[in-house]
Design a binder for this molecule. Structure first.
Ligand SMILES: Cc1cc2nc3c(=O)[nH]c(=O)nc-3n(C[C@H](O)[C@H](O)[C@H](O)COP(=O)(O)OP(=O)(O)OC[C@H]3O[C@@H](n4cnc5c(N)ncnc54)[C@H](O)[C@@H]3O)c2cc1C
Length: 529
């Protein structure tokens, strides 16, 4: 193999990342792990991260997808170190309360696909049962583990391997700090602590360099904007606007709070809890040292005082009077939407700078992982090739944003809640993406399965749609002709339901509690994979 970019004058060899939140450091880690950073090499490659000493990171974002395991492994971080240093715990999915009828109703979206999913679609068979357990309980053993706050693995399970699929809950501030140390010490990323005060254009309209207040002018070939909601490079310099998606998803404000455990042995939930309110929902995330909770709501439908009162009532109910008295929620405003494009000329925005939509399915960090992964894998060798990569990147990420919006909206559309204008307006046809309405019409006649998968890299695979649809009481009335083949499939499905129930009991007996395993990891660590 020879490198055709050798000696090319416009070779991309110096990447500048502006911003040192989770997005900046994750991106730096993924790229530096893929391309050896060495400014002295025959073909030098440099990665510089500029971070303001004055502008704080957003400091929330505590739920990840299972994809984070592969990302951390790719960067070269040990899972034991990650768990110890980021106050991380195991997340196996999300548990929703009061989303359907506001009567204490619950359902789950676990990270494990239904049993036998590759060959058998259990959904129509589950729909045909009378007195069936809840959909997720019938098709995966994972929800039984939610109920008992159990871990997804044992201390003898190697790092990043699992018994049941999992992601993490983590302390966002500590996560950025661990990534920073690892990127600088192990991956040779150059860290500059300075404020970018000016963006300087080249003759061709690209960004030539950025001027900082204490480290002079820093030039580069590709600039990655990880400056948070301000979006200093793509938003302010290139004036690529945010495309609002608030017509579909109304929430634009969050009140974030930290809540202590009532005692140090209190069980740690192994899934995110999401409890619907009159104009939004409350998240609840269990870390080893504390809970992270908050209310995401639509400021057009409820006042800040009322939203605060609902959050305090939740904290009072789940953590006691004192915790509610002591808490000081932090208000965060956001414009639900994304940039009209994400990569323009030699600048790409990742993280909050590219957009943000309510964290109902914790989809922000996974987008960072995907963005960093695509840049690392398809790093344009030259400026000329960059435009081709940018076009493909923009198409791919617009598709991802559209799917996030569709999938989050599904949670609202299926609700039967009618107790406030927020829920009523969420059902209005104008607030539902056309493609989602079409899919719902189709799925009234057949359950989603493999034919509904759009692309191999879909963010939300079809099992996720099944969990939300059937968790929220959606009914599919399939064509049933009683053919011998259908009867045979029904028998296979019965066996799978039975297998699932048996597996759930076995796992409940075999797996330790979330807290118990986390304590052991702190003491002994996992085996290396
Ligand atoms: C309420 C809420 C809940 C969330 N929950 C989740 C969740 O559960 N799961 C999930 O995946 N995501 C979640 N997110 C999103 C998640 O927090 C972010 O995607 C993630 O933290 C990445 O943020 P960031 O690095 O893009 O921005 P930030 O953390 O804001 O970092 C911006 C960086 O830019 C730097 N900077 C700014 N201006 C300059 C300048 N002039 N010069 C130099 N540097 C500069 C700052 O110093 C900082 O380092 C949530 C977000 C919110 C608002």
């Amino acid at each position: 193999m020879w490198d055709t970019s050798r000696n090319m004058p416009d070779r991309i060899s110096r990447i500048i990342i502006v911003g040192g939140g989770s997005a900046g450091w994750l991106t730096a880690g993924v790229i530096a792990a893929e391309h050896r950073v060495d400014p002295q090499a025959q073909q030098p490659f440099e990665l510089v991260l500029i971070e303001s000493p004055d502008v704080p990171t957003i400091g929330v974002g505590e739920g990840t997808w299972p994809s984070m395991r592969a990302t951390l492994q790719r960067i070269g971080l040990s899972e034991t170190d990650f768990i110890r240093e980021c106050d991380a715990s195991f997340k196996q999915g999300t548990y929703f309360r009061n989303w359907h009828t506001n009567s204490g109703d619950t359902y789950s979206h676990p990270f494990t696909v239904p049993t036998g999913y590759a060959d058998t679609n259990l959904a129509p068979h589950w729909l045909a049962l009378t007195d069936a357990p809840k959909f997720a309980d019938a098709v995966t053993p994972q929800t039984a583990l939610f109920a008992d706050c159990l871990a997804p693995k044992q201390i003898t399970t190697p790092e990043y391997a699992f018994v049941v699929n999992y992601g993490y809950h983590l302390d966002a501030g500590k996560f950025a700090e661990l990534l920073r140390r690892h990127c600088v010490e192990q991956l040779s990323v150059k860290h500059v602590k300075a404020n970018v005060s000016q963006v300087n254009a080249a003759e061709n309209g690209d960004i030539q360099s950025v001027t900082t207040d204490s480290a002079g002018e820093i030039d580069g070939d590709l600039f990655i904007d990880c400056t948070g909601t301000r979006s200093l490079l793509l938003g302010e310099h290139f004036e690529i606007p945010i495309q609002s998606r608030q017509a579909y998803l109304f929430n634009d404000t969050a009140l974030a709070a930290q809540v202590p455990y009532t005692n140090e042995d209190q069980a740690i939930q192994s899934c995110t809890h999401s409890t619907a309110q009159t104009a939004g929902w409350i998240w609840d995330i269990g870390l080893p040292t504390r809970r992270g909770t908050g209310h995401v709501y639509s400021s057009a439908h409820i006042s800040e005082d009322e939203a605060t009162a609902q959050l305090l009532a939740y904290i009072r109910e789940t953590a006691g009077e004192k915790a509610a008295d002591d808490v000081a929620p932090r208000k965060i405003r956001f414009e639900p939407g994304h940039r009209r494009k994400f990569w323009h000329r030699n600048c790409v925005a990742i993280g909050m700078s590219s957009g943000f939509i309510e964290p109902l399915e914790a989809s922000a960090l996974v987008m960072v992982e995907l963005a960093a992964g695509m840049i690392a894998e398809q790093l344009p060798p030259t400026r000329e090739i960059m435009d081709i990569v940018a076009t493909r990147y923009n198409q791919k990420f617009l598709r991802h944003w559209n799917q996030i919006i569709e999938f989050l909206k599904l949670h609202y559309v299926l609700s039967a809640r009618d107790d406030s204008s927020y829920w009523q307006e969420n059902h209005a046809a104008t607030s539902i993406p056309d493609e989602l309405s079409e899919k719902l019409s189709l799925w009234r006649h057949r359950s989603p399965w493999h034919p509904d998968a759009g692309a191999v890299d879909d963010l939300f695979p079809t099992p996720s749609y099944q969990y939300i649809l059937y968790g929220m009481g959606f009914r599919t009335v399939p064509r049933h002709t009683g053919s011998p083949r259908q009867d045979q499939q029904q028998r296979q499905a019965s066996e799978l339901f039975q297998k699932n129930a048996t597996r759930a009991t076995q796992l409940q007996q075999a797996l330790p509690g979330n807290r118990e395993l986390l304590n052991k990891v702190r003491e002994f660590g996992f085996q290396n994979l």
